[in-house]
Design a binder for this molecule. Structure first.
Ligand SMILES: *Cc1c(COP(=O)(O)O)cnc(C)c1O
Length: 388
């Protein structure tokens, strides 16, 4: 099949990025987040690599994702961040649920009793994300109630920052303050310290006070920093064309993350068109010279956003070729007129390096007013994968 693109995933880069994270957090346990098929990189292969690198646990969003990993032979602990319904699966597949409410805890407890077993759980508290977790004035009461339920071993406490890029730091400080207060009160009541984790990638990079007992990064693992601004530490050199992804960290020196995904394709065909030819739906591009137009076998159905119409570039022979006309469902056109000697056999890079040029997920995100997370999950998610 000629459709779409191939996402070339570098597992070596992912292992490298994990080592960078460990360096920044001074060897605290890292719980890598591999939800959404490891941000489009393929959760099975990525988790295998991470397990070989010795991570204590990986985190997914839903049980279905965890089951896929179990069925692929991954036997390290798997934390399930959001599932509330498929409770039996936690037991059948040996998963670690994150509990968000007392009712779910009750169901898990009665399932454990029925099976005459116990299950380790982590509980999430909402410190300001407003998405999931125990909240309100009864947090401590609820936590205690959960900790005393039969068959439930409360082994961890977590929360999540509402700023993926810490652009509003004062709110992050407020959240960590709330979280610290809760875990101290809980520890006092249950008479032991509770294993606590809160840091996403942004907090790993720029908020040492949030590293606590473990960290939970996602994006960094895949080679990108959530920072897109040019002030403050943890900053990224935010020239969208920059080849450097060197990041200055708070206190721990600098690290260099390596983007792990390259997305490439081949031409469907190259057409020679006269001046005045209109290209694609809506005639939004009309050639003003004799032109060579490359037709690519991918479109928005393959995760190549329609907002790239007349707006993005691809790499051919190490040079940038503009996308011309509207991106279609299955096809995209690119103007090759300024690049000499292109043949239908040449590789076309949608994202990643070719020669001296690079197109990063930041650049594509910037052009479509979104974040690298969405670029990686949509392009990677829809592409065939090739591991190197
Ligand atoms: C996605 C997610 C993370 C990882 O966030 P990044 O910004 O990718 O580092 C951590 N914790 C939870 C609960 C998440 O949902």
């Amino acid at each position: 099949m000629n459709r779409g693109a191939v996402a070339e995933i570098s597992l070596t880069s992912i292992a490298h990025n994990l080592r960078c994270i460990k360096k920044v957090v001074k060897n605290r346990p890292v719980i890598p987040v591999v939800k959404a098929d490891a941000y489009g990189h393929g959760a099975v292969k990525v988790s295998k690599t991470l397990a070989e690198e010795g991570v204590p646990c990986v985190a997914v969003a839903y049980t279905g994702e965890a089951i896929e990993l179990r069925e692929a032979g991954i036997d390290i602990p798997i934390m399930v961040l959001f599932e509330r319904k498929d409770i039996k699966d936690f037991f059948d597949f040996g998963l670690i649920p994150v509990i968000h409410d007392v009712d779910t805890a009750l169901s898990i407890s009665s399932e454990a009793e029925k099976r005459n077993t116990s299950i380790k759980v982590h509980v999430k508290v909402d410190t300001g994300m407003g998405r999931a977790g125990l909240s309100g004035s009864k947090i401590i009461k609820d936590l205690l109630e959960i900790s005393e339920m039969n068959g439930i071993e409360l082994v961890g406490l977590l929360s999540h920052f509402s700023e993926a890029d810490l652009s509003e730091r004062s709110y992050a400080f407020l959240q960590i303050e709330r979280f610290n207060k809760i875990r101290e009160m809980l520890s006092k009541k249950i008479g032991r310290k509770i294993f606590s984790h809160m840091a996403n990638s942004a907090a790993v990079l720029a908020f040492e006070g949030a590293h606590l007992d473990a960290v939970r990064p996602g994006l960094m693992l895949y080679g990108y920093s959530p920072f897109q601004k040019s002030e403050g530490f943890g900053e990224l050199n935010r020239d969208v064309r920059s080849q450097k992804l060197k990041i200055e960290c708070d206190k721990s020196g600098s690290i260099e993350l390596k983007p792990a995904m390259k997305v490439k394709t081949k031409f469907l065909c190259i057409r020679n068109l006269p001046s005045g030819s209109s290209i694609s739906y809506g005639r939004t591009f009309i050639t003003n010279r004799k032109s060579r137009i490359g037709v690519l076998p991918l479109g928005y159905a393959d995760g190549y956003n329609r907002l790239f119409s007349n707006n993005a570039e691809v790499l051919v022979k190490g040079k940038r070729a503009p996308v011309v006309g509207r991106v279609c469902m299955d096809l995209t056109m690119t103007d090759l007129t300024d690049i000499k000697g292109v043949t239908e056999k040449d590789e076309v890079v949608i994202m990643g390096k070719q020669g001296k040029e690079i197109i990063t997920a930041y650049e594509l995100a910037y052009k479509t007013n979104t974040i690298p997370y969405e670029i990686l999950t949509s392009l990677g998610g829809k592409s065939k994968k090739d591991y190197v």
